[in-house]
Design a protein. Structure first.
Length: 408
């Protein structure tokens, strides 16, 4: 960065060798204001302010006004010292204040994720730096180092994970910039491009194979997940008080996240899921297993909610390998429910309500190729489709039989 001013009728430029950052710009503006004030007062000493400048030897000497005490001159060293001085709190201190002020707004699970990100990545890298001195270059360097770190699976951190880490830093720095009067270095840093992952739902035949092969103690759990579209935390945190057998509804009111019961992901996630006949029968069987053991519908032997990692590692992935099916996260059971509903002809609006989406926009974005028409309105179509394969009681049989044709 350089200082640009006029002295003795000439335009002068003096370079400071300081990096071009919003914080440095703001502080050098103050330095420039001091220089211009000294020029106006007749106390500016070019040689003292810029001792290594080529302009210094030919500069006019300082002429003090009679009866006016000379004002102190501004030196480049003083300017550099002012820029280097930490006039803002350290990142660590600001984060401590930021968390204390905002944690009342957040869910406990969100606070745990924030602390994990801060303690694992951000504080080791920026903890001792004043927030006003963190530059865009620092952010890019940090991001490059993140890209080399191993992820949970042994591979490098994904672009999505890196974006999530920087999103926390973006929130912190935006608040710090607003309070301390500087421009956040992340203001113009764009998130990394995340490769779009296509949904991989199971076909009806694959669902049938899975349910016929899985251990009996897990069959009803999988059947409910495949046919309701509940999120992992919703089904693992489902309690018997939210199962309405009379009206055949599953009331989604809570979710189980990071070992604790929490409010659902969003307000629209609070919903009532209609039970198809296979789901109704699975929950009836499950009541005989856990109804008196635990408040949770699906639980371990101690009555506690299912641990998703334990289920994935010991049941789900071994089952897929045994059946020769492509490895997919358990979350694909939710996608399977959505695609089965849509393929059977259910109305997208109804499907969106069952999944807990606030609108059909995401539904068409994610599942567009599975939407054959928009004619159904209620949920009966999926019942007829599933009854032929999963229900022990044929749903169609419950409908009034057509009167027999009279004999001639």
């Amino acid at each position: 960065m350089f200082l640009d001013f006029r002295y003795c009728g000439q335009r002068c430029r003096e370079y400071t060798a300081l990096p071009d950052t919003p914080a440095n710009r703001k502080r050098l503006e103050k330095v420039l204001a001091k220089i211009e004030a000294e020029i106006a007062a007749g106390t500016f000493d070019y040689a003292s302010t810029f001792p290594t400048s080529r302009n210094a030897p030919g500069a006019q000497p300082v002429v003090s006004q009679v009866g006016v005490a000379p004002r102190p001159v501004t030196t480049v060293a003083a300017a550099a010292a002012e820029v280097a001085a930490p006039s803002t709190p350290t990142f660590r201190d600001f984060v401590s204040t930021w968390l204390a002020e905002h944690q009342v707004e957040w869910r406990r699970s969100h606070i745990k994720v924030l602390n994990s990100t801060l303690n694992g990545h951000l504080l080791p890298a920026f903890g001792d730096k004043p927030v006003g001195t963190i530059t865009k270059s620092d952010v890019f360097s940090f991001r490059a180092k993140l890209a080399e770190k191993p992820g949970r699976t042994g591979e490098k951190l994904s672009a999505k994970r890196i974006n999530n880490i920087l999103a926390v830093m973006r929130q912190v720095m935006a608040d710090a910039a607003d309070r301390h009067g500087f421009v956040s270095p992340l203001a113009t840093v764009k998130p990394l491009k995340v490769r779009k992952s296509d949904v991989q739902p199971f076909t009806l035949e694959e669902v049938d194979r899975i349910l016929k092969t899985v251990r009996m103690d897990w069959r009803d759990y999988l059947q409910v997940r495949f046919l309701t579209g509940m999120r992992t935390g919703e089904v693992n945190g489902l309690k018997w008080k939210y199962v309405d057998f009379v009206h055949r509804l599953i009331l989604i009111r809570e979710t189980f996240v990071l070992g604790e019961d929490e409010y659902t992901k969003t307000d629209s996630s609070q919903r009532d899921i209609q039970m198809s006949q296979p789901v109704y029968e699975a929950l009836k069987r499950q009541w005989e297993v856990s109804g008196k053991l635990s408040e949770y519908v699906f639980c371990n032997r101690e009555g506690k909610p299912i641990d998703n990692k334990n289920f994935s590692d010991r049941v789900w992935y071994p089952l897929l390998r045994h059946l020769g099916l492509a490895q997919r996260r358990p979350y694909q059971m939710r996608h399977t429910a959505a695609t089965l509903w849509l393929a059977s002809g259910e109305a997208p609006e109804w499907v969106a309500r069952q999944l807990g989406h606030s609108s059909t926009q995401m539904l068409f974005t994610v599942y567009s190729r599975f939407v054959p028409n928009m004619t159904r309105q209620d949920g009966s179509a999926i019942d007829r489709l599933l009854a032929t394969r999963f229900a022990t009681t044929n749903v169609a049989a419950s409908e009034p039989a057509a009167p027999a044709a009279p004999k001639p």
